[in-house]
Each structure stands twice: as structure tokens, then as C-alpha cells.
Design a protein around this ligand. Structure first.
Ligand SMILES: Nc1ncnc2c1ncn2[C@@H]1O[C@H](COP(=O)(O)OP(=O)(O)O)[C@@H](O)[C@H]1O
Ligand SMILES: [Mg+2]
Length: 458
């Protein structure tokens, strides 16, 4: 007998390429049940107050409280503001939207600033659509399908009707169904031991699987498909299903639906948005939808200008608003687009809506931990001396600089045939990549030497 041909596929190591972002090591905010920060948890180290401040906000959002305010994270560069925002995103439920952007992004597109912000806001608001259906659900105890010869095809049969009994853990109910439901039962080959659901309104039949109970009696002889529990409760019941989309998704779906010409610029008009909001409000009133306000995180918030701030300010007052999280490392600075100075470059009326939390320069032992965790998350092995050196760099220069040197140092180590990153590899990459303090000093020095170029220093 010839054996079936099995093609051997060369075995390959799984792709090493993982998301190696600057924050790849962060999996949450690392808080306990009382929302107290655990010193080292979920990839975060220290910064207890800021993490707890973020965690309490996340809890509010999870409870569906529409936050009238937002959070402002302030702290020197590299102290973990963005890291904490990433931790917030990881903590939110899977269907709670988290949108992240940098303040400078509003200048980067052909889109109007306010349009860009509107889209960001609407992406940060989820709508959980609740579908309630009345169904008959249970394990099929017996089933009789009444059949007749097909009117045109003598070899086929059609279903005229069926009589079946469904049972749950609590009750048994017999149903007589008509032609349409019977036809589906025939086509799906529904047999005793199947767990099925029949939509009471449309008559749509779904096979949910094989009953665990039935299979245990029949020793799995007829087993096809997945095993499911025998449903509990009454046979006829109301079932809830939910799925979450964002307001922006719905806006987009509505332009597509309303579009007559192909290749027209996709543009969401205010009319479309107003219509969408109206529909959603209706759905919420009739309990067919729930609002899921998410988080809009704007990093480098001092890059936003006065126009953007006043727009955001108004947007936060709207009925549908996400939680706003801003981060900045500026103290008192000019509000962009004005000659006025303001705390953190943020207009006072906006500041009024924000709770502020700070990130601090971490102590050396925390810097060491962060680098260790980060290296581990990226699969980089550091010698003890390399870790000490990177810690020193992290303390003297910045944590970000130390973190940024990890990947290049790994490459350099590999090129010289070492799996472990050693101090020489770190020193090598340090000699070619500057910290921004060095790059500023370098330019200042160089420009000073040249009478023409020194003009630029003014
Ligand atoms: N407390 C911390 N715990 C863990 N990682 C941190 C912490 N603070 C900073 N980091 C990491 O150090 C680097 C710089 O931090 P980042 O969040 O970008 O700083 P900021 O946004 O305040 O400028 C990132 O790789 C970040 O993930
Ligand atoms: Mg940052």
C-alpha cells in the first residue's frame, strides 16, 4: 500500500521579530486590588503616585463613568510618562478604546487640525451594541422531520415540518416547527445530542455544538464538532450579545453607505456625525447600545496650539467625550499660537479640567531595574558589568538614552560573535550615538568658534 505523501517542511525557528517598541516591557499599571502600586509589577518600576493616579482614572473609565475631566502627567523627559499611558491602555478592557497621538501630529496632515482632533476623539469613544434576541435553546432530545418528495426532483426530499424536544438543565420543551425551520434542521443534519438555538423571531437555526452530557453517554461515538455544556435556564429565553465599535467606525460606515460616486474624497461631514449621534442616542435610550468612553492620550501636549486647546475644551463638554490624558515636560511656557505664558503651556480653562500627577527622576536602583526588565522583554542578555554601565548612563544622562542603546548594543555584540552584551559593546554604541545633552553642547561649541555661524546662537 502506498503511503500518503507527507511533505516535510524545513523547520524554522519562530520569528524573533516582536514588537520592539520603547515600551515593549509594559503590560499594565502594576496595581493591587486596592489600586495601590506594587513597586515592581507589569514592567513598571516605582513612580507609585503617578501609576495610582492613572489607575484610579482607568477604574472610572471601566465603570463607564463619563469623566468630566482628564489627567495631566508632568515630569522630566524619560521618567515614564508615556510608559504610564501605555500601562493605562493595557489596563483598560479589551473593548475600551485607547487612542494615542503626539501634540505635534495635528500639524502633520493635510487634514484640518480640528478635523484631526475630532476623528481622534471619535475613535476614543466606543459604542457597545447590545443585541437582544428571543431564542429557543437546548439539547435536542428527539427530533422527527416530516418529509415529502421534492416536487421537481424525485431524488430529493423536502421538509414539511418538524417536531422536536429541547432540554436544558432545568426543563424540557417540545416544539412544532414549520417548513422553514424544518428545512434548516434537515440541512444542518440536527440529531439528538446536538445543542441548538432557534431564533424565535426569524426562525434561524444555529448548531452550537455537541452536548457534553450526550457525548459522555455515547462515549464519543458520533462526535463531530465542538463540545458544549447543556444550557441552563428555560428553553425559551432572551439572549444578549454585544460587540463594540467606535463612533469613528460608524461615521466611516455612514459615508460609505451614503456615497454615490466612486473615488470621491472620503469626507465625514458634520451632518453625518450629527446623524450618527442621533441614532446612537436613540439606541442608548432603547437600551440597544451603551456608550464606552475610552481614553485619548496626547503626548507632548505643549505642542498643541490655542486653537487645538479651545477645540478640545469644547469637545470635553459634549455628551460623548473620552477621558483625556495629556503629558508634558514643560513648566511655564508660551501657549502655542499666542504670546501668553501658562503653566505647562496649557490654557488655564483647560487646566481647570485636569488632575495633575507627576513622574519623578527615579533612584539608581530603579533605573537598574527598568533597564534589566526592558532588556529581558526584548530578549537581550546583559552582562552584570554592562547592566551597571547602562544604569550609570541612565542616571547621568537619561533613562531614554540608556534604553535606546540596548538594541544597537545587541547588534554590535552579535557582530562580534557574542550573545551577551558586554561593556565594550555599550561603549562602542555610546561613542557613535549622542545623548541630546551632548548634541546640544557640541553644536554650541562648534558654532561659537565660527564668527558667521555664531550669529545663529542669538
Ligand atoms: N517607571 C518606569 N518603569 C518602567 N519603565 C520605565 C519607567 N520609566 C521609564 N521607563 C522606560 O524608559 C524609557 C523612557 O520613558 P518614557 O515613558 O518614554 O519617558 P517620558 O515619556 O516621561 O519622556 C521608556 O523605554 C520607558 O518604557
Ligand atoms: Mg514621552
Amino acid at each position: 500500500m502506498s503511503r500518503p505523501v507527507i511533505k516535510e517542511v524545513e523547520e524554522r525557528a519562530p520569528q524573533q521579530e516582536r514588537l520592539i517598541g520603547l515600551h515593549s516591557h509594559i503590560t499594565g499599571l502594576g496595581l493591587d486590588e486596592k489600586l495601590k502600586a506594587i513597586h515592581i509589577a507589569d514592567g513598571l518600576v516605582g513612580q507609585e503616585e503617578a501609576r495610582e493616579a492613572a489607575g484610579i482614572m482607568v477604574e472610572l473609565v471601566k465603570r463607564g463613568k463619563r469623566p468630566g475631566h482628564g489627567l495631566l502627567l508632568v515630569g522630566p523627559p524619560g521618567t515614564g510618562k508615556t510608559a504610564i499611558a501605555v500601562g493605562m491602555a493595557r489596563e483598560l478592557g479589551r473593548d475600551v478604546p485607547f487612542v494615542s497621538m503626539s501634540g505635534s501630529e495635528i500639524y502633520g496632515t493635510a487634514m484640518k487640525k480640528t478635523e484631526m482632533l475630532t476623528q481622534a476623539i471619535r475613535r476614543a469613544i466606543g459604542v457597545r451594541l447590545v443585541d437582544e434576541r428571543e431564542v429557543y435553546e437546548g439539547e435536542v432530545v428527539n427530533i422527527e422531520i416530516e418529509k415529502a418528495p421534492h416536487p421537481y426532483n424525485p431524488y430529493a426530499q423536502v421538509a414539511l415540518g418538524a417536531f422536536l424536544t429541547l432540554k436544558t438543565k432545568q426543563e424540557e420543551k417540545s416544539l412544532e416547527v414549520g417548513e422553514r425551520v424544518a428545512a434548516q434542521l434537515l440541512r444542518l443534519n440536527v440529531r439528538p445530542g446536538d445543542v441548538i438555538e432557534i431564533d424565535a423571531e426569524t426562525g434561524h437555526v444555529t448548531k452550537l455544538g455537541r452536548s457534553k452530557y450526550a457525548e459522555s453517554r455515547w462515549k464519543g461515538e458520533y462526535r463531530i464538532g465542538r463540545l458544549v455544556e447543556v444550557p441552563s435556564g428555560p428553553v425559551k429565553k432572551v439572549k444578549k450579545t454585544t460587540h463594540t465599535v467606535t463612533l469613528h467606525d460608524i461615521d466611516m460606515a455612514n459615508i460609505r453607505a451614503g456615497r454615490l460616486m466612486l473615488f470621491r474624497e472620503e469626507e465625514i461631514t458634520n451632518e453625518i456625525r450629527a446623524k450618527v449621534d442621533e441614532q446612537i442616542e436613540e439606541l442608548i435610550k432603547s437600551k440597544k447600545a451603551e456608550l464606552v468612553p475610552g481614553v485619548l492620550f496626547i503626548d507632548e501636549a505643549h505642542m498643541l496650539d490655542i486653537e487645538a486647546f479651545s477645540f478640545l475644551n469644547r469637545a470635553l463638554e459634549q455628551e460623548f467625550a473620552p477621558l483625556l490624558v495629556l503629558a508634558t515636560n514643560r513648566a511655564v511656557t508660551k501657549i502655542r499660537g499666542t504670546d501668553y505664558k501658562s503653566p505647562h503651556g496649557i490654557p488655564i480653562d483647560m487646566l481647570d479640567r485636569l488632575l495633575i500627577a507627576k513622574t519623578k527622576i527615579p533612584p539608581p536602583e530603579d533605573v537598574k531595574k527598568i533597564i534589566e526588565i526592558k532588556a529581558m522583554a526584548d530578549g537581550i542578555e546583559l552582562s552584570a558589568e554592562a547592566l551597571d554601565l547602562l544604569t550609570e548612563i541612565g542616571v547621568k544622562r537619561s533613562l531614554r538614552y540608556a534604553a535606546q542603546l540596548l538594541q544597537p548594543a545587541r547588534v554590535v555584540a552579535e557582530m562580534s560573535g557574542s550573545n551577551i552584551v558586554k561593556p565594550e559593546h555599550v561603549k562602542r554604541v555610546m561613542s557613535v550615538y549622542l545623548d541630546f545633552r551632548d548634541s546640544i553642547n557640541y553644536l554650541n561649541e562648534e558654532l561659537k568658534k565660527d564668527p558667521v555661524l555664531s550669529e545663529f546662537l542669538q
